[in-house]
Design a protein around this ligand. Structure first.
Ligand code: F6R
Length: 368
């Protein structure tokens, strides 16, 4: 049942193109984005004036990424919060607030309690969930299912990419409801999403050097991850994967924050993985990141750079270069996350750990 792989996680990483494709399927009907379940009126969706995303762990990172797309496409303010913090700080919620709960299992206690709190405060709740019939979608007013299929590996991989996909669908649905995107734009964005499974498959075909690098770095004391804009939550996700699977100190930073403290951590030989923005799509950010990499390389860091194919400016500063296909900026996390998953899984295996069942972790966390 592991399809020839030693671990479910490795199989699930390979299943990501299908997870993305299946999550998109059937959601564009006559030029309109449709949800799976909608116990809300179209007017309710139009009336939304504020979005909160609540989730835990990797699902939270997918939520951080949702903010970039939803705000850009809808001009609605989006706040993203850890579900375990949300209801304890009296968030401002009302009838026109949309609370988006993202959960693979649909049973995470913190997220479920956040949903209940939101409903008590009369907010509308939309669930993005991978498990049909689980508690969170049952209690929600609307549902978008991620169709990643059952995820057995404790560390989330294909469910994460499916969550990103569903988040984009939600962004487009809200944009359409509010009139911030016309049908032709929505159709165009959807077509771009439909091209992503192939892009993810291409990344998967080229990850062998990432695996070799992971084995080489297996005895590192720590690994830092840097990103900016959508690369920042990707860096957080890369670090979480490494902590969970390889039990290694790993931390993700916003590259712009380096000089505000974290650069003090840089020492000779420390691996730093950098997720680069597109040199064309985000030229200014790109040049700032190049200076960041120069700085850390000058201080002895071993730089591992994930960059768009053909990005030549970054090459001189990359001790190791990992190329990903050029895709539009907001969708880049779908491709940039994949090498980080492979890196963590391979490094953990090189250290002799069971990547399907990392110590101390459970697949669904049903206690607060
Ligand atoms: C990370 C991971 C966890 C989950 C988190 C939320 O690889 O698997 O951080 O993402 O526990 O779980 P769900 O999505 O089931 O609510």
């Amino acid at each position: 049942e592991k399809g020839g792989y030693d671990y479910f996680m490795l199989k699930e990483i390979q299943e990501q193109p299908a997870a993305v494709a299946d999550t998109l399927r059937g959601h564009l009907v006559d030029g309109r984005i449709v949800l799976d379940e909608q116990r809300l009126t179209d007017q309710d969706l139009r009336d939304v004036d504020k979005v909160f995303v609540v989730a835990c762990g990797s699902a939270y990172h997918s939520g951080l990424l949702a903010k970039y797309a939803i705000e850009h496409w809808t001009r609605l303010p989006v706040e993203v919060e850890l579900a375990s913090e949300f209801r304890y700080r009296d968030p401002v919620l009302g009838r026109s607030t949309l609370v988006v709960a993202i959960s693979q299992s649909g049973e995470t206690a913190d997220t479920l309690e956040a949903v209940r709190h939101a409903k008590e405060q009369k907010a509308k709740v939309l669930a993005i969930c991978n498990t049909n019939g689980s508690q969170i979608p049952r209690e929600a007013d609307a549902v978008l299912y991620t169709r990643a299929g059952p995820e057995i590996g404790v560390a989330s991989t294909k469910a994460f990419l499916a969550q990103l996909t569903a988040n984009y669908l939600l962004g487009l649905a809200l944009a359409q409801a509010r009139g911030t995107k016309y049908t032709d734009e929505v159709v165009r964005e959807f077509a771009e999403l439909e091209a992503m499974p192939d892009a993810v498959a291409r990344v998967l075909e080229t990850v062998e050097p990432v695996r070799a690098l992971a084995r080489e770095l297996k005895d590192s004391r720590a690994v830092l991850f840097l990103g900016r804009h959508v690369g920042y939550p990707v860096a957080l996700e890369g670090a979480l994967k490494l902590k969970e699977l390889a039990y290694m100190h790993a931390e993700g930073f916003a590259a712009g924050e380096l000089k505000h403290g974290p650069i003090a951590l840089i020492e000779e030989g420390l691996p730093v993985i950098v997720v680069m923005p597109s040199p064309k799509g985000r030229a200014l950010l790109h040049s700032k990141m190049v200076s960041n990499i120069r700085e850390i390389q000058a201080r002895g860091a071993r730089t591992v750079v994930i960059a768009e194919e053909g990005d030549e400016t970054v090459r001189p500063f990359a001790d190791h270069l990992i190329e990903i296909p050029a895709v539009s900026t907001l969708l880049q996390p779908l491709v940039s996350t994949v090498p980080l998953q492979v890196f963590a899984a391979e490094l953990a295996q090189a250290r002799g750990y069971d990547v399907d069942k990392p110590r101390n972790l459970a697949k669904s966390v049903t206690v607060e």
